[in-house]
Design a protein around this ligand. Structure first.
Ligand SMILES: C[S@@+](CC[C@H](N)C(=O)[O-])C[C@H]1O[C@@H](n2cnc3c(N)ncnc32)[C@H](O)[C@@H]1O
Length: 376
C-alpha cells in the first residue's frame, strides 16, 4: 500500500494540541473546515483521517498548536515489555533513515517512572529499525507513560504552529497567533466583516483576522516535520499547499496603538505576511479611536493587564476610557476583550456575556469577554 494511502488507525489517531480552555473552539474550527469527527478532549481535539488530513490540519488550522499522530499504544509495566512493544512498531514505514529524531518521554502514575530510561528504550528501537540518528532538533517522538499505558506519537508539526513564519517583530506581551485565532473564532469572526483592534501592539489579532479576509492558509510559507516522514509525497503536498482561494475585496482589518514603535512593528509584520492590502494601521490613543466608515464588525482587543505590562499601576482608568469610547462610538459593533482581570473587564461597563473559560497565558490566566452588537 502506498504510504500516502496508509490509514491511521484507530480513527482518533490524529491529535490537535491546544491551550486548556480552548478545546471546544478548536473542535469547532476543525468541524467548520471539514475535518471528520472532531472530538474535544482535555488539552486538544482528536480527528479521524490519514496522512492527507495530517498535512491539511497543519496547513489549514489556525488554532492548533501542534498536530500529533499516535503510532502506538500498549500496556507496559516493565522495561522489557516496553522494549518488545516499541521494537514491534513499524518504524521503517514511518521514519526515514536520513531524518534525525529525538525521543521525549514523560511518566505519570506508572511503574515505569524514569523518563530517561523510557526514552532510551524507544530511541534504541527506532535506531535498530531505521538506522536513523538522534539530534536535539530532530523530529520529536513523544512517549507518554500514564497509568502503565504507553502512548507513542510523532510530532508532525516541528516548530509550534503559532510560528506562522511571518512575524519577526513582537512587542512585550504578544498573544500567540493560535490563541488569537481561537478567540476570534469564539467571537464568530469568519473574515467577512471589518475588524478593529485599538490596542494592537505588534498586530497579532489584526493579522489573524486579515489572513481570513484574504482566504490564506496560516501554514502557507513554513515547513513542517511531516516532510521528513516516509509517508511524505512532495507532489501531493505541492498540489495541496498550492491551492489559493480568490481574495474578497473591500474588507479591511484596522489596528491602532498609542505606541508608534508597536504600529511600525505591526505594519512590517503585515507586509511580511502579504497582508498590506488587507490592513490599515495608525498611531492613536484609545481616547481617539473611532469606527472606520462602512458596516460594523468586530472590535477585538487585548489591553494591558496583570503584571506583564502594567506592574502595579492602576489600569482602571484605561479600561473605563476604553469602555466609554466603545459604548459612545461603536454602536452595532460586537466586542471581544481578552484580559486576566475580571474587575478590569467590569470597569469598561460593557454588556459582557458570561466570560469564556480561563486560558493560561504568560503565567496568568486570561478570559475572553464578549458582547453582542452594542446598542446605540
Ligand atoms: C497586551 S498589549 C497588546 C498585544 C497585542 N495583542 C499583540 O499580540 O502584539 C497592549 C497594548 O496596548 C497599548 N496601549 C496601552 N495603553 C494605550 C492607550 N491608552 N491607547 C492605545 N494603546 C494603548 C500598548 O502600547 C500595547 O501595545
Amino acid at each position: 500500500m502506498a504510504p500516502l494511502q496508509m490509514p491511521l488507525s484507530p480513527k482518533d489517531a490524529i491529535f490537535l494540541v491546544t491551550f486548556p480552555g480552548l478545546e471546544a473552539a478548536l473542535a469547532e474550527e476543525a468541524r467548520s473546515k471539514g475535518f471528520r469527527q472532531p472530538r474535544a478532549v482535555p488539552g486538544g481535539v482528536t480527528i479521524g483521517g490519514g496522512w492527507p488530513e495530517v498535512w491539511r490540519a497543519n496547513l489549514w488550522l489556525r488554532g492548533a498548536s501542534r498536530v500529533l499522530v499516535r503510532v502506538g499504544r500498549f500496556p507496559a509495566s516493565h522495561l522489557a515489555t516496553l522494549d518488545d512493544r516499541a521494537r514491534a512498531l513499524p518504524w521503517a514505514e514511518l521514519l526515514r533513515p536520513e531524518t534525525p529524531f529525538r525521543v521525549v518521554a514523560e511518566c505519570h502514575s506508572s511503574r515505569l517512572y524514569h523518563s530517561g530510561a523510557v526514552a532510551e528504550r524507544v530511541t534504541r528501537a527506532i535506531h535498530a529499525a531505521t538506522g536513523g540518528q538522534e539530534a536535539a532538533d530532530g523530529l520529536r517522538v513523544l512517549v507518554r507513560m500514564s497509568e502503565n499505558i504507553c502512548t507513542i506519537s510523532l510530532d508532525t508539526s516541528g516548530e509550534p504552529l503559532h510560528r506562522r513564519g511571518f512575524k519577526q517583530a513582537i512587542g512585550p506581551a504578544p498573544l500567540r497567533e493560535t490563541m488569537a485565532a481561537l478567540f476570534l473564532q469564539q467571537c464568530g469572526y469568519r473574515g467577512e466583516e471589518p475588524l478593529v483592534d485599538p490596542m494592537c501592539g505588534a498586530g497579532t489579532l489584526v493579522l489573524e483576522a486579515a489572513d481570513q479576509v484574504a482566504r490564506l492558509n496560516p501554514g502557507r510559507e513554513r515547513s513542517f516535520a511531516f516532510e521528513g516522514l516516509v509517508s511524505f509525497d512532495p507532489a501531493a503536498w505541492a498540489a495541496m499547499r498550492g491551492v489559493r482561494r480568490v481574495p474578497r475585496t473591500g474588507i479591511l482589518c484596522y489596528g491602532s496603538d498609542r505606541d508608534a514603535g508597536a504600529v511600525a512593528m505591526a505594519t512590517a509584520n503585515a507586509a511580511r505576511a502579504g497582508l498590506s492590502g488587507f490592513t490599515a494601521f495608525q498611531t492613536l490613543p484609545i481616547s481617539a479611536a473611532a469606527p472606520p466608515p462602512g458596516p460594523p464588525g468586530l472590535v477585538m482587543i487585548n489591553p494591558p493587564y496583570g503584571t506583564r505590562l502594567a506592574e502595579d499601576s492602576d489600569l482602571r482608568p484605561l479600561y473605563q476610557t476604553l469602555g466609554r469610547v466603545l459604548r459612545d462610538r461603536f454602536a452595532g459593533w460586537r466586542v471581544g476583550l481578552v484580559t486576566s482581570e475580571p474587575r478590569l473587564a467590569a470597569a469598561t461597563a460593557l454588556p459582557f456575556l458570561a466570560p469564556g473559560p480561563p486560558v493560561p497565558h504568560g503565567g496568568l490566566r486570561v478570559n475572553l469577554y464578549r458582547t453582542t452588537p452594542l446598542l446605540a
